[in-house]
Design a protein around this ligand. Sequence first.
Ligand SMILES: C[S@@+](CC[C@H](N)C(=O)[O-])C[C@H]1O[C@@H](n2cnc3c(N)ncnc32)[C@H](O)[C@@H]1O
Length: 349
Amino acid sequence: MRADAAGTVRDALIAAGARGLLVADENCPPEFLAGLPPGTRVLSNRWDLCVAARDRGLEVSFSDFELPATADLELIACRVPKERAVVRHLINQAWHALAPGGRLLLWGGKHTGIKTHGKEAATAWGGAPEVRKLGTDYLAVATRTGATLHSLDDADYEALRPLLAYGGRVLFTKPGLFGWDQIDPGSALLAAQLPHVFADGPAPGTLLDLGCGYGYLSVAAHAHGAGAITATDTCAAALLACAKNFAAHGIAGEVVPSDCAEGIAECFDLVLCNPPFHRGFAADQELCARFFRAAAGHLHRAGRALFVTHRVVPAATLAQEVFRSCEQIAATPSFQVHLLQGPRRAPLT
Ligand SMILES: C[S@@+](CC[C@H](N)C(=O)[O-])C[C@H]1O[C@@H](n2cnc3c(N)ncnc32)[C@H](O)[C@@H]1O
């Protein structure tokens, strides 16, 4: 039987043992983690993947692609991330983490830009591009041969930058984050509903920003008088940016890593959410449905949730499974905002 790319990478990681490192972002399939032996080193920018990897006995670290600059690894492997800046940052970082002769393996489908990434890695590291098709995916291999790294332009990936304005103040963000270089029109539509929703009574004393990204919805809610805010996301870069925005906007809230609010024991007066409906390159309606369930599970009995979704998402159907009341309060040709009340799931506290 012909080897596939994922199987080849798995075998190489197993052979490298403690001198191998898997870098896993949202494009790394859970079944790939499941095929690795306990003790395999995994670095992930996703909290959910870290939890899954830890549960399998893997050696996990959670960071925003901060590879160890130890120059002693034999192998680094990664299924290709979606953002070019992230891939370039990874290629630059991998050079510092690998020992001379060490290899970086990238794998992914044709549409992931893998051939270009393979060529760029070779340019940066001073070798010949090595990209081949194995099964349905492609495998790009770069070997750390040269003595000098010709750093790729990764758009200064590590830096949080003040790109956007809200309420006269900047919002810090960076490449790779959802809607990082513009305020998402869906999130802006949700934020525009806050004055009407808060006008019904006192501003919410406690609020959960579920899938907070760089914290745009928290900042908007704070500006309209929301009380204690807890913001949560599974993405390390999002959490870093959100914490920075909380500090910049004087929000005395908490920013916590979690997988869809798992492990957050508190219940809230209001949940704000612009749920993801893609995981990496693929649409994922079940992921979106989890956010509706998580919102219902984290509300007080009289609490409310505001969700904005793309019009292609069957939001009302998903919401009605876990909320007694679901009212569409705003819509554009692309987005819809629903106000949800009466969580059906038993509250957590
Ligand atoms: C559509 S974006 C919305 C971001 C932000 N709330 C805004 O309005 O700009 C969805 C967010 O959900 C996060 N996310 C994806 N899967 C998640 C999970 N399993 N648990 C928590 N957050 C997740 C993503 O990292 C992303 O920041």
